[in-house]
Design a protein around this ligand. Structure first.
Ligand code: 16G
Ligand code: ZN
Length: 547
């Protein structure tokens, strides 16, 4: 029919590059931008089909996050604002790797039948966003053409946005709420303002510095923070590496660089010693903090694990204030608070969280796994050490809180309990419910530090990180390594785990694991031990056995 003819014609304009095999990994498709237009075109088709199938708005984001500027990538946001359902990933892979237009159309027809996708019943809408990469413009055009080749599908270009902004917009649209950038800025600044108004009076404001200095990775995050800043009171933000002064995206800057290298990003130096600084990644879904040390270039890294710990501590405190009242009234709500980490979480952070009496769960690396687990709780907090994470509130719990607040208005207006409820409600609005968001995470960190009157140093002292080391080993076939138990145990090749265990046993507080990367052709090695030297040695000896 007509649909097939349109698809065939459009697909023939986007031939697939020879000799590359793409896979929809943990972060969608990623590659050198020059080979991606056929892939992005095809993902446009997939997004349109997903929208038809779910009868909801779908998102398509063009970004390669912290990768170098010449790379790019594409990923799809599902109606909830979360990642594309894993069930559709194999379809994404086969679409991207279809050899020609005929093959592609055959796959689509097959899939549409299997999924029982109805054409022409309702229209489909896809929100398109991209980061600041120069290749983004033409790739976005390819995505549009993919979408337009599905009859009844409409592409809405939201322009240059952070990844979390796009996910937030998709979620908001599907909830029938305002989804503009202005609405996003308003929600963040209003809920931040709420938390400021609810600060304990006795907090000595001068314990901490009002000023925060931010490394924008020369990407979209810095740009957006410049705008968001205008909506904020009680906070001074100095933004460097905003991309305006000609710096290159992710080159010697950004959260990935700072976290991996543990040195100051470009644009920071001796004048910044002791200051509270934060770093965003290229698409602003990761956040780390750091404090510049006087020793050349070195920093105290305050990573995702510590952000998680700060959030967990604050939420737990608010819940215990609320629960006091609940117990008295004998109508307590047994709030389930869950923490989700990966094997990369520093062992000291896990110990700290467990000592707080919290339930800590582990999942494999990749936001989709952490997010899914966190969603099982009333409040689920997840973070990767690399700075990606957020706090999920169940709808049921949020409406209970809202009801509680109305009750307080009648019985104990202005009480500590009501304040705790209002703070939790503000957090649920401030923190992005769709995906980890460096901008909203940053505002929550800033709000909690002000609430507690804490400096970055005080925060950093919550616990001391165990020394750790990461290595990567280039291998011919990374799929030869298969892991289990949230990547902590090697199942294949057989015997390897025994060897790792034997090496690890040689070191006090030793811990080590290996896993195949989801984004590169390497096996990653992680080791932790009581001294830096021991961690290095453990990592090295484990790596030798991988080779
Ligand atoms: C992707 C993941 C990130 C993970 C990283 C690990 C998403 C949105 N991003 O960037 O969560 O930490 O991959 O990379 O899921 P690796 O598999 O190469 O170690
Ligand atoms: Zn990112």
């Amino acid at each position: 029919e007509q649909q097939i003819a349109i698809l065939l014609e459009a697909a023939s304009r986007f031939p697939r590059p020879q000799g590359v095999k793409l896979s929809y990994g943990t972060a969608g498709f990623r590659a050198d931008a020059s080979i991606l237009s056929s892939t992005v075109f095809r993902v446009g088709i997939l997004a349109a089909l997903r929208s038809l199938k779910t009868q909801a708005v779908i998102g398509l984001m063009i970004t390669a996050s912290h990768n170098q500027v010449s790379d790019n990538g594409v990923k799809v946001a599902d109606p909830s604002g979360g990642m594309l359902t894993q069930e559709w990933e194999p379809f994404a892979d086969s679409l991207a790797n279809a050899i020609d237009a005929e093959d592609l159309v055959r796959l689509i027809i097959e899939f549409v039948k299997k999924e029982n996708i109805q054409f022409g019943v309702k229209s489909a809408e896809i929100l398109l966003g991209r980061d600041t990469r120069p290749s983004g413009e033409s790739l976005l055009e390819a995505a549009k053409q993919g979408i337009n080749s599905i009859v009844g599908a409409v592409a809405t270009d939201v322009g240059v946005v952070t990844t979390p902004q796009l996910h937030w917009m998709v979620r908001s649209r599907n909830k029938g709420m305002q989804a503009s950038e202005a609405a996003y800025f308003e929600q963040l600044s209003n809920s931040f303002g709420c938390l400021m108004d609810l600060k304990p009076k006795e907090t000595t404001a001068n314990v901490m510095d009002d000023k925060l200095t931010v490394d924008g990775a020369n990407g979209v995050g810095g740009e957006k923070l410049e705008e968001l800043k205008n909506f904020l009171k009680e906070i001074v933000i100095d933004i460097r590496n905003s991309g305006k002064k000609g710096g290159v995206l992710n080159e010697g800057v950004g959260a990935d660089y700072v976290q991996k290298e543990k040195v100051v990003p470009h644009g920071f130096g001796p004048n910044d010693v002791g200051m509270r600084c934060a770093s965003l990644d290229g698409d602003a879904d990761r956040l780390v903090y750091f404090r510049v040390l006087s020793e050349s270039n070195k920093i105290d890294l305050v990573d995702g694990d510590k952000i998680l710990s700060l959030f967990a501590l604050f939420i737990q405190e608010q819940l215990s204030i609320l629960n006091k009242e609940n117990m008295e009234a004998k109508n307590g709500y047994p709030v389930r608070l869950g923490i989700v980490q990966t094997a990369y979480a520093n062992g000291a952070s896990t110990d700290y969280l467990k000592k707080l009496g919290l339930e800590v769960m582990f999942t494999p690396t990749g936001v989709k796994y952490l997010h899914e687990k966190a969603a099982e709780y009333d409040i689920g907090i997840y973070f990767e050490a690399n700075g990606h994470g957020t706090i999920l509130f169940s709808e049921h719990f949020v409406s209970w809180l809202e009801g509680k607040n109305i009750e307080f208005d009648k019985t104990s207006k202005g009480s500590e309990q009501q304040k705790a409820a209002l703070r939790l409600l503000a957090v649920s609005k401030l923190i992005n419910q769709a995906v980890g968001d460096a901008l909203s995470g940053l505002l929550l960190v800033e709000a909690i530090l002000r609430h507690k009157g804490w400096s970055i140093q005080r925060w950093n002292e919550l616990y001391q990180d165990l020394p750790s080391r990461q290595l990567k080993v280039k291998v011919a076939d990374r799929t030869a390594v298969v892991t289990a138990n949230a990547e902590t145990v090697v199942v294949k090749p057989s015997g390897l785990q025994k060897v790792i265990d034997a090496e690890t046993a040689k070191y006090p507080q030793g811990r080590s694991f290996i896993r195949p990367s989801g984004t590169e052709d390497v096996i990653r090695v992680y080791a932790e031990a009581s001294t830096q030297e021991a961690a290095e040695n453990l990592a090295k000896s484990v790596a030798q056995h991988v080779d």
